[in-house]
Write a protein of this length. Structure first.
Length: 134
């Protein structure tokens, strides 16, 4: 994500340095910053144009699980309102969910249509997040 933020807001609401690695630090920051300032979201999708291979993306999502857990602990009401949280809780309580990981990875890497790949990626990420929330 890209941020364009006034200096005074960053001083009032700095990033939480307890987040580690990639993922959720920007969303957690926005949740806190929105308590004292109006936040305007501009839909500016990130495109990697092949610079981030699929294995690295999958690894980033997997490693972001601890950050998701931290976000969920700091902002439980907001987390509960998110579909990814609800999916993670459901998958985290599902026996044998890890057995699905190879099939989901194969769907993400395979030649399936883009919506199928996206759905598989979301399920895989939710499964990892569910493990972190347990």
């Amino acid at each position: 994500s890209n941020l364009l933020v006034r200096r005074d807001l960053m001083l009032r609401a700095p990033f939480d340095e307890a987040f580690s690695g990639w993922g959720w630090e920007d969303i957690e920051w926005a949740a806190r910053a929105a308590e004292t300032a109006a936040i305007r979201h501009v839909d500016n999708p990130v495109r990697h144009h092949g610079r981030l291979d699929l294995d690295r993306l999958l690894e980033r999502f997997k490693r972001s699980a601890d950050n998701f857990k931290r976000f969920s602990t700091l902002h439980p009401a907001l987390a509960r309102s998110m579909p990814i949280y609800r999916a993670a809780r459901a998958l985290g309580a599902t026996p044998g969910r890890r057995a699905l990981h190879p099939a989901l990875r194969a769907a993400v890497r395979g030649s399936a249509p883009a919506p199928v790949k996206v759905a598989a990626l979301k399920l895989l990420r939710a499964s990892w997040y569910g493990e972190a929330l347990r």
